[in-house]
Design a protein around this ligand. Structure first.
Ligand code: G3H
Ligand code: 13P
Ligand code: ZN
Length: 331
């Protein structure tokens, strides 16, 4: 099975009313951990690479690692998605590399920090849609700004999505999926206490644009067990709270179909490596501790695929090529 356009995975998720995890990847062990979970559960999956990931892997390594995952998992629908593209140029680069989906985060200027106006966002998103659809590539846009700046993405000023603007934005740009700001933020330090997300925004946008899959960024749950493992073995993370799984499940019921997770995978890997090295001080074969990290990613992702409801849906549909996807767009 070739890489599939993300639109197909998300449209199918609308039909089946489940969510699909979009997991950030930067190396082989993360990809293998995620794919083992997807294969065991027969779950569709979105592998996403940020600009940081493209730089870290020198472009070609991420591309070929994902192609290896495709070859190794011929029965699983996999989309390769650019996370937080900051310009048309970055999106073009990802499309050239073979990504089947791109996000243009037009809620922020090219610096990834300064908020844009609605009009500026529409302008850049529309350009990306016009370009990407010619290749059958899916486009995710974003309206509103998330909180949280510690991972370098985000303005630090929260501006929740206005549902009327969201409906206009979808019409004006032709995006395939839209990321909403509903009170989540990137990174480990999201909330000091049990959060209340603005799920009414999800329902309102869903009513106005029922066919557009909605996206939730900053969806890591930051489980206490993972923080505790890191701290037990020498780490120094502060007490923090993420997005409770119950809120994510509720958001999925209301219209969120793509759930972005990076931080929980990072925490799992870091804890596993710290623990392994602390318990095996004479070990120096990297395969042992990277192997422990891979196992930890597998466990975290497996549970999420079950909770999001994507487990069991990997063979519901015939995969579509980018050539076929062009028909979505009458190209
Ligand atoms: O939304 C951002 C993701 O967590 C990616 O983070 O830019 O450090 O790769 P990164
Ligand atoms: P987390 O930091 O909550 O994992 O969010 C990741 C994300 O939204 C990537 O785009
Ligand atoms: Zn994000």
């Amino acid at each position: 099975m070739p890489l599939v356009p993300m639109k197909q995975i998300l449209d199918e998720a609308i039909k089946g009313n489940y969510g699909v995890g979009a997991f950030n990847v930067n190396n082989m062990e993360q990809i293998q951990g995620i794919m083992r979970a997807a294969k065991e559960l027969n779950s569709p999956v979105i592998l996403q690479a940020s600009r940081g990931a493209l730089k870290y892997t020198n472009l070609y390594y991420i591309k070929h690692l994902v192609l290896a995952a495709v070859e190794d998992n011929p029965d699983i629908p996999i989309a390769l998605h650019l996370d937080h593209g900051n310009s048309l140029e970055t999106c073009k680069l990802a499309i050239e590399l073979g990504f089947t989906s791109v996000m243009i985060d037009g809620s922020l200027k090219e610096d990834g920090k300064t908020p844009t106006s609605f009009e500026e966002n529409v302008e850049v998103t529309k350009k990306v849609v016009e370009y990407a659809h010619k290749f059958g590539v899916t486009v995710e846009g974003e309206l509103g700004t998330l909180g949280g700046i510690e991972d370098g993405v985000g303005s630090g000023k929260v501006k929740l999505t206005d549902p009327d603007e969201a409906a206009r934005f979808i019409k004006l740009t032709g995006v395939d999926a839209l990321a909403l700001a509903i009170g989540t933020s990137h990174g480990a330090y999201k909330f000091k206490a049990e959060p209340k997300l603005a799920l009414n925004i999800v329902s309102a946008v869903k009513t106005k644009a029922p066919n557009t899959p909605l996206v939730m960024h900053g969806s890591s749950s930051v489980p206490k067990e993972l923080i505790d493992i890191i701290n037990k073995y020498g780490g120094e993370l502060k007490h923090t709270m993420g997005v409770p799984m119950e809120s994510i499940k509720e958001a999925i019921k209301l219209g969120v179909k793509k759930i972005n997770v990076d931080t929980d995978g990072r925490l799992a890997m870091t804890g596993a490596i710290r623990k392994f090295l602390a318990e095996n001080p004479s070990e120096f074969d990297p395969r042992t501790y990277f192997g422990a990290a891979r196992q930890a990613v597998y466990e975290v992702v497996k549970q999420k695929m079950i909770d999001f409801g994507s487990a069991g849906h990997g063979s519901d549909y015939k995969p579509m090529t980018l050539e076929e996807a062009k028909r979505f767009y009458n190209i």
